[in-house]
Design a protein around this ligand. Structure first.
Ligand code: NAG
Ligand code: NAG
Length: 804
């Protein structure tokens, strides 16, 4: 290369030499950038001067104030490069570029102008001011959009100067050079294919500027294009339909599902917000959607109100582009509803003879939950004569399934419990109170299967004897018992003339005064009838036992007491001690103690001669009869019964102590005197008796009046619980507590047709007089006490008892 450069310099030198000759001045042409010391031209020769003269004339270069690039060598008269010449620095773009200076000579002074033209070499590459450039271009930039680029600068001129630009790669852009009026080209980058940030966000281009020199030089600049986002993409939901489920009663704030929409854009253009676009009333209150796309429960959710929801959602970016989707939410059931029992109809009462399957209540049961949670079963309590039946779905009826008995249970509380099959199960219950109404299905029942009552004879008519009682298990009118005396006859007389029964109280009253000596007992039936329709009844036998009172004195049967004729018993004077003179025979129509007779000698002519058998009334001698003894003996025997008070009869027994009948006759004429005496005595006795009787009756009337008054008072106090000591006749006291009387009284009524014989023709067993009481029967005792309180009156002694 130096060789080539030299060759060109020589060529230039020759042409410059010949040029200077023509112009009369010296000029040279050299390329720029010649090395120091390089030859520019032989100025001595070209000026036609001798080298010695040049030295002598002190030749030198005069440049003014310009830099000295060229040096004159005085020894050989050559011009050489003193300093490296850069054409671009010297002239810039000015062309042609030349150095002008003078060669000055002295003695004489001569000036020779020298011009050195400097030619360009391609020593500069095109350069850009910056190595890189950043441009932001919106992806929405249209085709043909232009972007002005910086120009490159190449100080070289001509062909060595900047020639053209290239841009690589050229997918999106091409370069366009635009010639301007001043000849400088404007560099523009034209968009020829749309940008898409979503595909390529950064584009790097290399802009190269080249010159036309040899060798060609170039400069580059990196262009960094950032594609700016434009909101050219809508958000897109990940699914067109979202499905989700949520249990009812979930808490507010529960995240149901997450939706997401993506937006290919960047920044705010890619920021998606979600909204619920449903307009169905209420839905927007129930749900909300967060910025992150969480669908959140915002209120109470009830399966029973809505089983699913369809929610339209929208995703919107900042630029307003949107997409829509749908969320279908299934609401899951939770067992949150108790079964609701509705009584459609129910009766308050049912009659006790209702047949099986009688409906007493109908109800409906409803559970709004679904599936098992809403499947309901109803049961009622056990051990009651009812059952529950499902008639159709959700409808139940309660029916009787057994016989009812008001007397057994008059009221039922039927508790119906309905529970669903959820886990845990929910249940509710109602209680139905059902009355069983009465039907007259029970007859009155007497407290005893039969009654026995005692009444002492000579009672006052109207006296209440005792009370029968029957109870009826039914209710109210059906249980109202009336007592009716059933028709029958006693000894041919209607029983109603003996007793009456009070219809409402069952109190049996004596209608008449009874006489034990006429009737000892009788029985009749009392019917108890209730007030039902038709009425039911039952009957009971009542036996009334009349008790004896000592109202009859003994009656002497023998010896017969005649008014006129005299009867006498004969006792021979030879009679031994214990000779049976006669036997007093007496009877007492009373019974028992009242008829138990005893005989006593009351008066006697000679008390030492006779005695009377206490029990049998036999009159016997108690000593040997002597001749001194009077023929006529008169005995007065008193016969007493054992009643309380006792009654007695007196009998006069005439005894003749004689061996012959005529003796007796003569003696007994005196008896007539005695009879006269007796008649007088009888008169006085009757008179006295009449007076005493009058006084007695007067007293009796007074006492009865007082007693009746007190009796009425005590009737008022009937129910008072004053203790009353039962009255027992002294002899009846049961000291052994066996219930059997301590004393067994046997008595005999001996009748004899012959006074000499003491045979008993008639006897009664003592057992008939045994009164058996039942000490264990407190009921009887109490009743006796209470009846005693009514009936305990001195003038109407009454004993009531019962034979078990
Ligand atoms: C039914 O219930 C009522 C009220 O709780 C109660 O007074 C009554 O005794 C009950 N009847 C029965 C038969 O349990
Ligand atoms: C009395 O009751 C019995 C059964 O206890 C009955 O057989 C009889 O017919 C009844 N008599 C009357 C008169 O009703």
């Amino acid at each position: 290369m130096p060789g080539r450069t030299m060759g060109r310099q020589v060529l230039l030198f020759l042409s410059a030499l010949c040029l200077s000759r023509v112009l009369g001045q010296v000029s040279y042409t050299i390329p720029e950038e010649m090395a120091k010391g390089s030859l520019v031209g032989n100025i001595a020769q070209d000026l036609g001067l001798d080298v010695k003269r040049l030295q002598a004339r002190k030749a030198r270069i005069h440049t003014g104030d310009s830099t000295e690039y060229i040096q004159l060598s005085r020894e050989n008269g050559l011009l050489v490069i003193k300093d490296k010449i850069d054409r671009e620095a010297l002239c810039g773009q000015t062309t042609p570029c030349a150095l002008h200076f003078q060669i000055a000579l002295e003695s004489p002074i001569e000036i020779f102008p020298v011009t050195i033209e400097i030619t360009d070499i391609n020593d500069n590459a095109p350069t850009f001011q910056k190595d890189e450039k950043k441009i932001e271009i919106s992806e929405s930039a249209v085709i043909g959009s232009k972007f002005v680029l910086e120009k490159a600068i190449d100080p070289d001129i001509g062909l060595n100067g900047l020639q053209t630009y290239t841009l690589k790669p050229s997918d999106h852009f091409k370069i366009r050079l635009h010639s301007q009026s001043d000849g400088v080209k404007k560099v523009e980058m034209i968009l020829q294919k749309p940008l898409d940030r979503e595909k390529e966000e950064f584009v790097s281009l290399l802009l190269t500027a080249v010159d036309g020199g040899e060798p060609q030089r170039s400069g580059t600049m990196q262009i960094h294009i950032t594609v700016l986002d434009a909101n050219d993409n809508s958000p897109v939901f990940s699914k067109s339909i979202y499905k989700a489920s949520v249990k009812e009663n979930s808490l507010t704030g529960t995240v149901i599902t997450k939706v997401s929409a993506s937006d290919a854009d960047k920044g705010s253009n890619g920021e998606v917000s979600y909204i619920i676009s449903n307009s169905i009333l209420g839905t927007t209150q129930l749900f909300r959607i967060t910025e992150d796309g969480d669908l959140v429960l915002n209120g109470p959710i009830d399966y029973e109100k809505a089983r699913n929801y369809e929610i339209d959602i929208e995703a919107v970016d900042r630029g307003g582009l949107s997409d829509s989707s749908k969320v279908i939410i299934d609401v899951g059931d939770v067992n949150d509803n108790v079964p609701v029992i509705n009584m459609i109809s129910s009766s308050n009462s049912v009659i006790e003879d209702a047949i099986s399957n009688t409906v007493v209540a109908v109800m409906s049961v409803n559970d709004p939950d679904s599936e098992e949670n809403g499947r309901v079963r109803c049961v009622i309590g056990r051990n009651i004569p009812f059952e529950i039946k499902s008639t159709s779905s959700n409808f139940y009826s309660i029916v009787t399934d057994d016989d009812l008995d008001r007397e057994g249970a008059s009221e039922y509380n039927i508790t119906v419990t309905c529970s669903d099959e959820g886990v845990p199960s929910l249940s509710s219950s109602v209680t139905l109170t059902l009355q069983i109404s009465d039907v007259n299905d029970n007859a009155p029942v007497f407290e005893r299967s039969s009654y026995e009552a005692y009444i002492v004879e000579n009672n006052t008519p109207g006296l209440s004897i005792f009370t029968v009682k029957a109870t009826d298990a039914d209710w109210n009118q059906n249980a109202r018992v009336s007592y009716i005396l059933e028709d029958s006859s006693v000894n041919g007389v209607p029983v109603s003339s003996y007793v009456s029964v009070s219809a409402d109280g069952g109190v049996i009253h004596a209608v008449r005064s009874f006489d034990y000596e006429q009737i000892k007992d009788f029985q009749f039936r009392v019917k108890a009838q209730d007030g039902g329709s038709p009425p039911l009844s039952s009957n009971v036998t009542v036996k009334i036992l009349i008790q004896d009172q000592n109202d009859n004195p003994p009656q002497v049967l023998y010896p017969v007491q005649t008014g006129g004729s005299m009867v006498a018993e004969m006792v021979p004077r030879s009679a031994d001690v214990g000779y049976l003179v006669t036997k007093v025979v007496a009877v007492d129509v009373d019974s028992g103690q009242n008829a138990w007779l005893s005989y006593k000698l009351q008066k006697a002519t000679d008390r030492a001669l006779f005695e009377v058998g206490l029990q049998n009334g036999e009159i016997r001698t108690i000593r040997q009869v002597t001749d001194k003894d009077a023929v006529k003996q008169r005995l007065s025997v008193i016969v007493e019964d054992n009643g309380q008070p006792s009654r007695s009869a007196t009998v006069i027994v005439n005894v003749a102590v004689a061996d012959s009948f005529p003796e007796v006759l003569s003696e007994f004429t005196d008896f007539t005197h005695d009879k006269e005496y007796n008649d007088n005595l009888t008169f006085y006795l009757v008179l006295a008796l009449a007076v005493v009787s009058f006084l007695f009756i007067t007293c009796l009337v007074v006492i009865i009046s007082v007693k009746v008054y007190r009796w009425r008072q005590s009737r008022i106090l009937y129910h008072s619980n004053l203790p009353v000591i039962p009255y027992y006749p002294p002899r009846y006291s049961d000291t052994l507590g066996t219930g059997t009387l301590q004393h067994v009284y046997n008595y005999e009524v001996c009748r004899t047709t012959d006074s000499r014989k003491s045979d008993c023709k008639f006897g009664r067993a003592g057992s008939q007089n045994v009164l058996i009481m039942e000490p264990g029967s407190t009921g009887t005792m109490q009743r006796m006490q209470s009846e005693k309180s009514i009936l305990d009156e001195p003038d109407s002694p009454l004993e009531v008892s019962k034979v078990a």
